[in-house]
Design a protein around this ligand. Sequence first.
Ligand code: HXC
Ligand code: NAP
Length: 284
Amino acid sequence: MFQPDLLKNKTILITGGGTGLGKSMATRFGELGANLIISSRKQEVLDQAAEELRQTGAKVFPFSCDVRNPLEIDELLKQTKSKFDRIDALVNNAAGNFISPTENLTEKAFKVVVDIVLLGTFNMTLAVGKEMISQGNGTILNIVTTYAWTGSGYVVPSAAAKAGVLAVSRSLAVEWAKYGIRTNAIAPGPFPTEGAWKRLVPPGLGFEKKMKNRIPLKRFGKHQELADLASYLLSDGSGYINGEVVTIDGGEWLKGAGEFNDLDRLPKTAWKIMEKLRTKSKKK
Ligand code: HXC
Ligand code: NAP
C-alpha cells in the first residue's frame, strides 16, 4: 500500500507501544522505516515487544514511563536524547478503561481512567510538544474512539476523557500550527486486543457476536488497517491534514445514530407488503 520508505528517518514515540494497537502501529511504522520509542508502565513487556519490533529493521528504544507522572516523562525524554536527535511524531495511545454501571463508580475509579487518558495525553503532549516547538515541526496523533462525541453508558470515565482528548487535539491543531506541528486523531471502532477485550467484553453472554452485528460491515477492524491509517497520518503525504479525527469503525457509530437504521431488521416480505399497499392506494 505504501512506499517502503514512507517513514524513513522519522523517530516516533508511541505510548502504550508494547501491547495491542500500540504495538501493531509500532510494527507498521518500523516496516516503513521509522525509528521507535515505545513506553508504558511495564518495562518487561516493553523489552519483549522491542525484541519483536527490531525484526522490522527499526532502531527501538523501550523505556518505562507512567504518562501520569511528568518527572518520569522528563526522564524518558532525557534518555531519548542520548539515542535519537529528535522526536518527529508522538502517538498518544496509552489508555485505561473498564465497564461499570456509573452509579457503582467511586471518585478514584473515575479519576484513574481520566488521569491516564486525558491528563496522560496532556502531559506527554506538553513535554514532547515543547521539543517539537524548538525543532520547528512535528506531528501528534491521538487515539480516541467514536464515543468521544456520541458518549456511551457504562464507560463514562473513558467517554469523558476521550472527549477531552479530542478537544485538546482540535485546539492544538490551531494553536500549534504556527510551530509546524500538525495534530490529528483516529477514532477506532472495535479492534480485538487482549487489553480491551479483557476489560470491556463480558464473557459468555454472546456479547462479542452482538458487537459484530452492530457493525454495518459485520466484522471487527484488522490491526493492519488501523496501522496503515496511522502511518498515513504521520507521513509527509498527509501534510495538509490538521485537526481532523478519522473514524475507522466499519460504519458502527453512524448505524447507531441513524433514526431508522434498525429497519434493516425488517423482513423483505414486510417491505413487499408495504409496497403493495402503497401502489394499491395510489390506484384508487
Ligand atoms: C469498577 C473499578 C474497576 C471496574 C477498577 N476500578 N476496575 N471500578 N469497575 N471494573 C476502580 C477500583 O476499584 C479503584 O477504585 C480504582 O478504579 C483504581 O483501580 P486500580 O485497580 O487500583 O487501578 P490500576 O491498577 O491503576 O489500573 C488502572 C485500570 C486498569 C484503568 C483500572 O484497567 C488498567 O491498568 N488499564 C490499562 C489498560 C487498559 O485499560 N486497556 C484497555 C483500553 S481499551 P477504589 O475507589 O475502589 O479504590 C479502550 C477501548 C475504547 O479504551 C473503545 C472500545 C470500542
Ligand atoms: P491495550 O493493549 O490495553 O493498550 C493500552 C496501553 O496503555 C497498554 O500498553 C498499557 O500498558 C498502556 N498504559 C496504561 N496505563 C498507562 C500509564 N499510566 N502510563 C503509560 N502507559 C499506560 O489496549 P488497546 O486496545 O490496544 O488500546 C490502545 C488504544 O486504542 C487506547 O487508546 C484505546 O482507548 C484505543 N481504542 C481501542 C479500541 C479497541 O477496540 N481495542 C477501540 C477504540 C479505541 P501498561 O499497562 O503496561 O502501562
